[in-house]
Design a binder for this molecule. Structure first.
Ligand SMILES: Nc1ncnc2c1ncn2[C@@H]1O[C@H](COP(=O)(O)OP(=O)(O)O)[C@@H](O)[C@H]1O
Ligand SMILES: [Mg+2]
Length: 378
């Protein structure tokens, strides 16, 4: 199978991998390809640097899927056969969207203004990952798209994305939450002390440990959120159904550096354990060995050959720095090739791997995203 067939046969593509390898870029490029091929496509991106927004010509990407204007494609010489929609998630906005969607209308302003909520929504580990998955489910369940491409958050550990729903589910399941959803908390300390001496003592300790002084706030938050938590468990099950579904393909993006490949291998193993196996690999930012026509590759240690080749390019200047630079590049490319071969050998046979070269410049515009297609799907 090729990556082209893989993307062609799946309705959901998730771009996963360690930070900085090119997940956001690859997700955008795959989505663009979908639209060019005539599939109504949505790309969900999580990019604090807003690089994708820039590359899609949008200064702000809202929480709703927004159609990329046709004029933008035309300006870059592209003519998609179907519309491309894009949306961006940020941590805070994601929680607010959750509240907007599930909390009873009269409770919304109270939740949004609650200081504990504001703290939680900005710091709770995994909330952004969870919201990405929740948003993905909405896009899929809307039935409005032939292809949904999802970028994953720039967490250090790519696994966080896959485990976030379960972690949030566990957190909400703990009895401590249910405790807080009791009316007497809102009444404050004195009421609580009257109810239960032990609870009062524990909460006092909790207060000291966490520095959160307004327990009433916490209680009020959980009480007003309780409607929201009610079918949380079902929603999380639904999220895992989508992630594990036959129509979903996880594509792991990696670069050929040793450390990054090690992370990708670890991730692939964990994904299999979680029953969300990787179905494709994009090896990004690959340096290709320079080859001569007919005579094949140039050995970086063969100084004569290198000097002959590079000497001409030096055009009378001292060729030594050029020779050194060339030999270093050639050795780098060789090392990468060996590591890529080794990595490929560890992959199941049916998993396709596409190699994308390291472009001389950052990938920011639609035309460059389209230029990646020759390598991803070529
Ligand atoms: N093949 C490539 N060649 C050159 N630059 C690339 C390539 N792929 C990605 N980049 C650049 O690398 C940077 C990180 O890419 P990004 O997609 O944001 O990574 P991630 O989402 O994994 O953190 C961006 O500036 C992007 O333009
Ligand atoms: Mg990114």
């Amino acid at each position: 199978m090729t990556l082209e067939e893989l993307v062609g046969r799946h309705r959901v593509v998730v771009s996963a991998g360690s930070g900085g390898v090119g997940k956001t870029t690859v997700a955008a490029s795959i989505a663009l390809w979908g639209a060019l091929e005539g599939r109504r496509t949505a790309v969900l991106t999580i990019d604090p640097a807003r690089r994708l927004a820039t590359s899609l010509g949008l200064e702000t990407l809202g929480h709703d899927a927004r159609e990329i204007p046709a004029a933008l494609f035309a300006a870059q010489g592209l003519a998609p056969k179907a519309p491309l929609f894009a949306m961006m998630l940020d941590q805070k906005g994601a929680w607010d969207a959750l509240v907007e969607r599930y909390a009873p209308p009269d409770a919304r302003p109270r939740i949004l203004a609650n200081p504990f909520y504001q703290h939680l929504s900005q710091t709770f580990a995994g909330s952004q990952e969870y919201m990405a998955i929740e948003q993905l489910c909405l896009l899929v369940d809307s039935g409005a798209y032939d292809l949904v491409v999802v970028d994953t958050p720039p967490t250090r550990h790519a696994l966080d994305f896959l485990e976030a729903p379960r972690r949030i589910d566990d957190f909400l399941d703990r009895s401590v939450v249910k405790w807080f959803v009791r009316p007497y908390f809102s009444a404050g300390w004195s009421a609580l002390r009257a109810v239960n001496r032990t609870a009062s003592f524990l909460l006092h300790r909790l207060e000291q440990a966490t520095g959160v002084s307004a327990l009433a706030e916490i209680s009020d938050f959980f009480t007003s959120m309780s409607g929201l938590f009610e079918n949380f468990h079902e929603r999380i099950e639904r999220a895992y159904d989508v992630l594990r579904g036959a129509e979903t393909a996880f594509v792991v993006v990696s670069s050929p550096e040793e450390q990054v490949l090690g992370d990708a291998e670890y991730l692939a193993g964990k994904m299999a354990e979680l029953r969300m196996p990787l179905k494709g690999v994009v090896m990004n930012r690959v340096h290709a060995e320079v080859r001569r026509e007919k005579r094949g590759t140039i050995d970086p240690d063969d100084l004569d050959a290198v000097t002959t080749l590079v000497g001409r390019a030096a055009g009378g200047r001292d060729p030594a720095p050029l020779v050194e630079n060339f030999a270093a590049y050639q050795a780098l490319a060789r090392g990468e090739q060996l590591r890529i071969e080794q990595f490929r050998a560890g992959l199941p046979k049916r998993v396709p791997m596409a190699l994308v070269p390291n472009f001389a410049r950052d990938v920011h515009d639609l035309a460059t995203l389209a230029a990646m297609h020759a390598h991803l799907f070529g």
